[in-house]
Design a protein around this ligand. Sequence first.
Ligand code: ADP
Ligand code: MG
Length: 481
Amino acid sequence: MSNYKDKYEMVIGLEVHAQLKTNTKIFAREGCEFGKDPNTETSTVTLGLPGVLPVLNKECVNMAILVGLALNSKIPNRCKFDRKQYFYPDLPKGYQISQFDEPICEGGWVEISNKKIGITRAHLEEDAGKLVHAGASGLYGSSYSLVDLNRAGTPLLEIVSEPDMRTAEEAREYVENLRNILKYIGVCDGNLEEGSMRADANVSIRPIGQKEFGTRAEIKNVNSFRSLTRAIEYEFERQAEILEEGGEVIQETRLWDDNSGTTSSMRGKEDAHDYRYFPEPDLMPLEISKEWVEEIRAKMPELPSQKLERYKKQGLSDYDASVIVNQIDMALYYDKLLAKGVDAKTASNFLMGEVAAFLKEEKISIEQSKLTVDNFASLLELLKKGTISNNIAKSLIVDILKTGEDAQSLVEKKGLSVISDESTILPIIQKIINDNPEQVAAYKGGKDKLFGFFVGQAMKETKGRANPQMLNKLLKTELEK
Ligand code: ADP
Ligand code: MG
């Protein structure tokens, strides 16, 4: 445990790069699908050949507006693109087209459990290519790097937060909620491990009670939620130790290393003027009319926070509702199930219980399983009508997950329907009473708890198929005789 938590407070702001799920690149017409052969998804624009012109992909703008609306941002009626100059072998043009002082989204917030985290801005930009660092078997017997430009020009939306977070937990929750929003509105896969969403954490510390912020370090290369929290905690300790020794934190970019669990200096932090931003002369400023924004707003799907509230109103616990909402495929499936008119709570119990356990064991998603929405709904219907018992339904759903067999025909084939026939249940009860005179005596002597024993015996005898209400009623009368 840290010794410094009662002395210093952390201040965290996050820059999240979300890769937009468009078919083609932001300024060029080739595709940007992941995993193609190196340098097959390129064009003269992406290669930065002389005399070619970028053309803005409208779908990127549509998606950015949708994000802005979901994050409560303002969409100014004008934004523009700027050149951010830097040299890197995976950036053939020698500059990145980004947005500087007039971004597409301004302000807004993301809600986490204890507060709202402010959004400063979100701006569109193009991604760079990728350098593949090869082993020590190169041309001159040394290591070398290969350039793959497939990723160059992939559309990114950089979402910059205010320095509003104070703990690693808050930062994690912010990224989780932001990711859920992006996934639900369908603009980003939100996969941190594969890099379709990347979070850089700006971390500074200050003595508790001090108003001014300390100097921040920007941490790159965190590609899981676990490394995000670890990197932030590590950074807190590192900076606290520097201050304790009378030193000064320097503003720089640091790289997180998951294996060592440490950050190390990558480069001094550039200031904006180092990039010599200037307006992109090849692209007109972009005007976004109110009508355009409203057209996009009309397409806004239900957001995760709204879904959560709806589930809670339908009777789910906070916990169950949030588990379902946090898995988008589960939530979409669950909504289809609800549309069939099933009971919300019962359906979620099965989903969170038997179904989730099976999917986890098999490492598959609900969509990949053999349990169709229709079949699930008809199983729940059989349960609701009292044709099968709860326990039978629970075991049947596992069978269906494995085989995909129809619920109704499984019940018929296996003879699993509830026995609601007095003339079948009564003799079973009478036999149990005859076979267990000691328990009967004890029960009659006041040991009420033994009632459960008799129920258990009868259920065992009928393989769980006895109608519970009828069983209870008959058992009471028989025992009182
Ligand atoms: P840059 O491009 O220089 O990284 P940005 O404005 O894009 O600057 O991002 C700065 C990020 O750092 C924002 O998320 C902001 O909230 C955060 N930030 C700014 N000052 C501090 C600070 N003192 N401590 C922690 N985070 C900070
Ligand atoms: Mg930045």
